[in-house]
Ligand binder design. Sequence first.
Ligand code: PLP
Length: 409
Amino acid sequence: MALCEYEISPWKKDFPILNSTFINKNPLVYLDSAASAQKPEYVLNTCRKNYETEYANVHRGIHHLSEEETANFEAARIKVQNFIKAKSPKEIIFTRGATESLNLAANTLGKKILKEGDEVIISLMEHHANIVPWQLLQDEKNITIKVIPVNDDGSLDYDAFVNLLSPKTKLVAVTHMSNVLGTINPVKEITAKAHEAGAIVLLDGSQSVTHFPIDVTDIGCDFFAFSGHKLYAPTGIGVLYGREEVLEDLPPWQGGGDMIKSVTMEKSVWADIPARFEAGTPSIVQAIGLGAAIDYLNSIGMENIHAFEQNVFNFMYDEVKKIPGVRILGNAPHKGGLVSMVMENAHPQDISMILNQMGIAVRVGHHCAQPITERMGVTSSCRASLGLYNGRKDVEALVAGLWKVKEML
Ligand code: PLP
């Protein structure tokens, strides 16, 4: 049995909403960070101060505020670069979120490299954001999407993946960590194998980036996508990392200001990367907020966050598993961050409604990943997911709540 050393997370105090919000007179127990994380005071203050004292549009002005804000915005890019260990800030494209990052990849990389008869490999445990953009291309380009199956324990069927690779495989696009199962995939091995077959590799890092250190250079992937709002930053900001040599060759997706060097009525000349992919006014303060979130996480250390969270996760996994009639979806050896569950004789919707009455916030449904939910034999589940602010007390509240649900239903 896992012991949890930490009753209350040492970082909970940094998050105003967690220390002030009550539901039915119960303190908030927030277990929905896989959907979106709460924001630390440091991020909130940075955004507020920016709007109050430094705000202007970026890149196009020579007045003082615009120059200062451009420097702030570009400094955030360098923070992201260092956070995921990219080689150059040119490899960091700011988007509105992971969904936009993946659509950007499909509409630039996908359109450039894929032709009729080519194959794209994705996995059965993808979020819809890493399924639908490729399906849209499938219809347009007459390509084939091949799907890596998932074992009963929720791990990726690696041998099946290797068998799917062929000279026709142009792209492998898989998630680093499942938002339903919590499974952490062997992305370094996947990348190496895919590269051997001559394919480009794109990873959806939306869940992994929040839980452990990321080194895109060490992984060797060509693309890595994530959202800021799951990483304790504001909504409306995301990242697409792309390897410089690959990005240099890609055409833009959206057209508009900032992504061009020159425009005449006859033709336009594209800007260098990453501006080529950032048409229009970007999410300026949100990007600066993402930089602040990264400063905050670095002040703790992602290794420390990972060790802390894994301890809380092991405790949650063991305690939930003990409840008779509860089934956890997925028990792969490499797993963390969240537990999705179903309970005999209780609809997930009812479970989460009862938990909500007790101040416990969990998510219910297919979590925008219908294929893997169905593979696990259900149509919906109840998901409790951790952030760095959750400690043993939060898990104890959840477990007590689940026992109560069991008694009631
Ligand atoms: N990919 C995964 C694995 C996710 O968990 C999510 C969000 O839940 C997304 C992509 C999409 O992120 P967003 O809605 O922030 O664009």
